[in-house]
Design a protein around this ligand. Structure first.
Ligand code: ATP
Ligand code: MG
Ligand code: MG
Length: 376
């Protein structure tokens, strides 16, 4: 089968690497340059979306910020999974909040802000502190503002007003600040028959708004079940086909949805060596109508993102249970350049091996890894 992925980044590349053993042919469409590239080598193979759609058996996406005409054209082909509605819900926080409300799934209280009056109303109704998020195009914590005290409101409104004036399509979603205990995510898949298979919850740590580390979470059966029930509600309400990721705030054993990602997710990279079927192949299986197989955890595993660096000491490869994944991208400050997966037979060994890894990595390039170490 031939699969066209909208987006030509590392997620398309890892899908191609995971789909190759099943003889799945993956090409990636770069929405910025209107070219089709080989998902692994990034070499250009063709030009233009119409021919790429005609040539594909299935179309999917590796990110949600895709121009609407492209989504609509893919939808019309009848080959697009999880489909335009799911991608739009992930790409516009207003639609996302409507989806959560309609599915009766709890998230942070919110208000949509387009004007100064709405800004003041949001403060009055929701109370402080607040998080303001751009409705469109936000990722890695970009396009967000925090308001802690009322005396900062006037200056913040100026910033937000400038932002809204620069792009008339934008809006702001104001959200109550959630004093969460930790952040977890659930990744899983739904197939066209409605079968659902999810991984264990993942605990995630961010540095400066960007995911730094993920580890299979220590979670009660009840918490896992709560997450699975939310996953089922959302996936069913979208008639979703493919891998879906849900980010949660864990508030004393009660989960609030932060956001959804209608695709494979950075917090699921550990599944490449910690689960029976990794998230990339799981997604391909779902969209190609193949059996989902098992999402069971094989062994304790964690992931460390490599941000803004194009080298790590080669000695890390001597650590048992460690695999290094580079994305072949050009170095830029803070850019997701690769990741490290680390597995062990049990948590004690994982902790020892993680300690060994931390001792080899520069603390400036890999800050706050000790925070995750303490969780193990
Ligand atoms: P991603 O790269 O995960 O797509 P994003 O830019 O879409 O990120 P969010 O996930 O919405 O942004 O927010 C980034 C981080 O900011 C969250 O992981 C969380 O740590 C914090 N955050 C977001 N919303 C809230 C909130 N309402 N209360 C407290 N913290 C929040
Ligand atoms: Mg996001
Ligand atoms: Mg997020």
């Amino acid at each position: 089968m031939k699969i066209l992925v909208l987006g030509a980044g590392q997620l398309a590349r890892m899908m191609a690497l995971a789909g190759t053993p099943l003889n799945l042919q993956i090409s990636a469409y770069d929405v910025n340059t209107d070219t089709v590239v080989d998902a692994i080598s990034q070499q250009k193979v063709a030009h233009g979306l119409t021919a790429a759609i005609a040539n594909a058996d299935v179309i999917t996406a590796e990110f949600e910020h895709i121009p609407l005409p492209i989504l609509d054209q893919c939808q019309q082909s009848g080959k697009f999974l999880p489909g335009a509605a799911a991608i739009k819900a992930g790409g516009d926080r207003r639609i996302e909040k409507q989806l959560l409300d309609a599915a009766n799934v709890q998230s942070a209280a919110y208000a949509i802000v387009n004007t100064e009056t709405e800004f003041q109303q949001a403060i009055a109704e929701l109370g402080l502190p607040l998080v303001f998020k751009s409705a469109l195009a936000g990722y890695d914590g970009k396009g967000q503002w925090r308001l802690k005290t009322a005396d900062q409101a006037a200056a913040l409104w100026q910033d937000i007003a400038d932002f809204l004036a620069a792009d008339t399509k934008q809006a702001i979603v104001a959200e109550k600040f959630i004093p969460f205990q930790r952040e977890v995510s659930l990744i899983g898949a739904r197939d066209a028959k409605g079968n659902i298979s999810v991984y264990p919850l993942t605990e995630n740590h961010h540095v400066n708004g960007v995911l730094s580390t993920s580890v299979i979470a220590q979670a009660s059966v009840e918490l896992q079940l709560q997450a699975e029930q939310i996953f089922t509600k959302l996936a069913n309400s979208l008639e979703y086909v493919g891998v879906l990721a849900i980010e949660f705030f864990d508030l004393k054993q009660q989960l609030l949805v932060n956001e959804i990602a209608p695709r494979v997710h950075n917090s699921g990279h550990w599944t490449q060596q910690g689960a029976e079927v990794c998230q990339f192949q799981l997604h391909l299986r779902a969209i190609c109508g193949l059996p989902l197989g098992s999402t069971h955890e094989i062994r304790p595993t964690l992931m460390v993102n490599i941000l803004g660096e194009d080298t790590v000491p080669t000695e890390v490869l001597a650590i048992a249970g460690l695999q290094l994944h580079w994305y072949g991208k050009t170095k830029r400050p803070g850019r997701k350049m690769g990741h490290i997966n680390l597995s062990a037979a049990n948590n004690t060994e994982l902790k020892q091996q993680f300690n060994q890894l931390i001792s080899l990595l520069s603390p400036t390039a890999f800050p706050q890894l000790d925070v995750m170490l303490k969780q193990l």
